[in-house]
Design a protein around this ligand. Structure first.
Ligand SMILES: Cc1ncc(COP(=O)(O)O)c(C=O)c1O
Length: 374
């Protein structure tokens, strides 16, 4: 098979990941000088009116796309989603009167395990469900969860980047607000906003470049935060200063503003979800069409964002063939298909900006590879 694309490859990486070409073109066009400003966004004060307008556009874009009411704050922080593993419990587990706050964590991959580990350093956090002993092939069913209806929050990883699973609906949690690590599905579909107390996401998959973390937090959750938190780790600091307590990632926020504009131009999150469903369906159909390919995730838990699969029968994946698959795919411009080291096999990440043409090219490659090696 010949190379499928001229210079830009089809980038299946799980993150940092492919961005919309229209966004990259606009950023290139204005890299040296933003119109009317005479300097690059990267050279500009974060206190300038121009940057404040960009920040306001990014915030309005996220608010509009998700339909967030005004009692949700939108923050652009740093430290990655990983810092949120600590900031969430520091703010939400430490402050209840009598120190009685508790949190539930459902474990659906290594990221949620890491989040729980950090929360336990801060307070009473417990495992409320897990599919670890099934290699995280699926999302737990609601009847398998042991939820504490008096918890301060329930933490979920809504899309599991490594194993390729995704929550299709939120578990019933009564009045307990859900705290979601949505790093690998943020802005890929509409959400039931009112179920969430806090949502966080590293930008480098669906939103923009690495180095900026989007945090959305409901105002009432911040009423009982401990008074003595380190300033930078206190959500209230960033709420009060509108993400400008210190120098934010100005470039990252600029790209997020452009990505939101691009998403709105496509028709918003309903339209984006439909596009994502169609792309993922093409690939899952190719996996299911033959025994040569085996999906890792169970059918009802399959992620629209990260498609994980193996070569060979599920009991005995053929690692040498997988290696060859990755090498040959890379050579024809299908890049980043190697699965995460903890899972093995192959992973195709189909984030918002990943083009349908790339999925079709992968499916063609898979058929050709099976003809030659099956
Ligand atoms: C679901 C999920 N959570 C957290 C992280 C960690 O994000 P960061 O590298 O921004 O700390 C990742 C990164 O890939 C992820 O996929």
């Amino acid at each position: 098979m010949t190379r499928v694309f001229n210079s830009r490859v089809f980038n299946f990486s799980a993150g940092p990941a492919t961005l919309p070409v229209a966004v990259l073109e606009e950023a290139r066009e204005h890299l040296l000088e933003l119109p009317g400003v005479g300097m690059s966004i990267m050279e500009m004060s974060h206190r300038s009116p121009t940057f404040e307008a960009i920040l306001a556009e990014a915030e309005a874009g996220v608010r509009d796309l998700l339909g967030l009411p005004s009692n949700y704050h939108i923050l652009f922080l740093q430290g990655g989603a990983s810092l949120q593993f600590s900031m969430v419990p520091l703010n939400l587990l430490g402050g209840a009167p009598g120190g009685e706050a508790r949190a539930d964590y459902v474990l659906t991959d290594q990221w949620s395990q890491k989040a729980l580990k950090e929360a336990r350093k801060v307070g009473a956090a417990r495992e409320a469900g897990s599919t670890a002993d099934e290699k995280f092939r699926r999302i737990p069913r609601p009847d398998e969860l042991d939820l504490d209806m008096g918890a301060s929050y329930l933490h979920l990883t809504t899309n599991n980047t490594l194993f390729g699973t995704q929550w299709k609906s939120l578990p019933p949690s009564g009045d307990v607000p859900i705290v979601a690590d949505a790093s690998s599905e943020m802005l890929s579909h509409p959400i039931e906003v009112e179920r969430f107390g806090l949502i966080y996401a590293g930008a480098q998959k669906n939103l923009g470049p690495a180095g900026v973390t989007l945090v959305i937090v409901r105002d009432d959750l911040l009423r009982q935060t401990p008074p003595d938190l380190p300033t930078m780790l206190d959500y209230k600091t960033h709420v009060k200063t509108k993400s400008l307590y210190n120098t934010p990632n100005t470039w990252g926020i600029y790209i997020i503003a452009l990505v939101c504009r691009w998403l709105r131009g496509l028709g918003g999150l309903d339209a984006m979800r439909k596009i994502n469903e169609e792309k993922a369906a093409l690939l899952y159909a190719a996996i299911d069409a033959t025994d040569f390919y085996q999906g890792h995730a169970e059918a009802d838990s399959r992620s629209l964002m990260n498609v994980t699969f193996r070569l060979g029968t599920s009991g005995a994946p053929h690692e040498a063939l997988e290696k060859r698959f990755v090498q040959e795919a890379t050579a024809v411009g299908l890049d980043g298909l190697k699965g995460h080291r903890d899972v093995g096999g192959l992973r195709a990440s189909l984030y918002n900006a990943f083009p349908r043409a790339g999925v079709i090219a992968l499916v063609d490659f898979m058929r050709d590879f099976e003809r030659r090696c099956g």
